[in-house]
Design a protein around this ligand. Structure first.
Ligand SMILES: *Cc1c(COP(=O)(O)O)cnc(C)c1O
Length: 387
């Protein structure tokens, strides 16, 4: 049964704004025609502020992992020494990609649920001064941690010539990040998280230093060769047929972001994070991540008194509230709430209120209404007055 009333609060895919849905249903156009050129030429510069990038953002057709793979194949050659921060499933994916492409991988394994400390990266870099690139995830979606990628980038550049390559799949469009200010060299993302689109588009923002390495790198590559994307873009084209409908949607996504204001978008995510976390505390739901490491796009909870899979099942069956479970060894240990993209404080009030009922069903002890009240209070204390 298709349930159009489902409330999708997984940390990707995420709900699509109705105006974006409508934009995506426009008639298809030729991808070598003038209309497509005009569209791509319009979209590219408008993506820059979202990534805090001085350079153009390249559009790839593929899921987020295609952009991760593009980052690896374009910047590294077999045998290159790379450092990968691994604190969850997505850091692990970056490490596996680097291994697959025969890099000499040094993992910094961080306990899942914690953020990497900048000094750990510095120490590893001192031991491996010939490192070519440092790979780090911005929001580690599997745990709900936000790594201090801007500080990592600054440190890496102070100590070495290595590139800093960041996976921003579940943060771009929700969390503030600035390549220019921090010196992040390559920042990749995908469409189906905070960018409010269906899966299928991937993004790569490539800084000057990274371009130099990419131009000189002779590792064979074809579909994901970023050089051909950049060359084609000067003519307003992509090397291969792009996901045109998603590009129509992206135009509307950028309209929405610009109408709200990028700063306000970031602030809204901070407000939703605060509301969710305060509500969890009031409901005696143990937060998996400490405040200082917590992501503004996804919150993980590690219940001690009930099975999180049971909670997810009731929430889905009774209310259509879709939450995510844990990945790998956290399966059955945690549940995750996505609050990014087309999600607003009103939706937080809704899912917290639903959670209270589900928790009652599970026999979890708390004062009825305490979560909702805490979310309301958090909203009133952190949200700017909306006139
Ligand atoms: C979702 C996600 C990805 C990419 O996943 P795809 O399924 O390939 O789109 C990569 N990194 C992070 C941090 C993610 O959250």
């Amino acid at each position: 049964m298709k349930r159009e009333w489902d409330l999708l609060h997984t940390p990707g895919p995420t709900p699509i704004p109705p105006s974006v849905d409508r934009a995506m249903s426009q008639p298809i156009i030729g991808h070598r025609g003038q209309k497509c050129k005009d569209l791509l030429k319009e979209l590219t510069p408008r993506l820059k502020p979202v990534f805090g990038s001085l350079e153009n953002v390249q559009l790839l057709t593929g899921s987020g992992t295609s952009a991760l793979e593009a980052a690896v194949v374009n910047t590294t050659a077999p045998g290159d020494k790379v450092i990968v921060v691994v604190a969850g499933a997505f850091g692990d994916r970056f490490a596996k990609l680097c291994q697959t492409y025969e890099c000499n991988v040094h993992r910094i394994d961080v306990e899942w649920g914690k953020a990497v400390e900048v000094k750990e990266v510095e120490e590893t870099l001192r031991e491996h001064s010939d490192t070519k690139a440092v790979f780090v995830t911005h929001c580690e979606t599997s745990t709900g941690v936000m790594h201090p990628v801007e500080d990592v980038a600054k440190s890496v550049h102070r100590l070495s010539q290595a590139l800093v390559i960041v996976d921003g799949v579940s943060s771009i469009g929700g969390a503030e990040i600035n390549m220019e200010r921090s010196g992040i060299d390559l920042l990749v993302s995908g469409s189906q998280k905070a960018m409010m689109l269906p899966p299928g588009l991937a993004f790569a923002a490539i800084g000057e230093r990274a371009w130099k390495v990419i131009e000189e790198n002779d590792r064979p590559r074809f579909y994901l060769d970023l050089r051909t994307y950049d060359k084609k873009l000067t003519d307003g084209q992509t090397p291969f047929t792009p996901a045109l409908s998603l590009m129509f949607g992206l135009e509307e996504v950028l309209n929405l972001i610009e109408e709200e204001g990028l700063e306000q978008v970031f602030e809204r995510h901070q407000v939703m994070k605060q509301m969710t976390r305060e509500a969890c505390r009031a409901l005696h739901l143990p937060l998996f991540v400490a405040d200082e490491d917590a992501s503004c796009t996804v919150t993980s909870i590690k219940p001690e008194t009930f099975d999180p899979e049971k909670l997810r099942k009731i929430a889905s069956e009774e209310f259509g509230l879709m939450l995510a479970g844990g990945q790998q060894h956290l399966k059955g240990q945690i549940f995750r709430i996505g609050h990014m993209g087309y999600t607003r404080p009103a939706n937080v009030l809704q899912y917290i209120s639903i959670l209270e009922i589900v928790l009652k069903r599970l026999g979890h002890e708390f004062e009825a209404g305490a979560g909702t009240a805490a979310a309301q209070e958090a909203y009133l204390s952190v949200a700017r007055e909306l006139v």
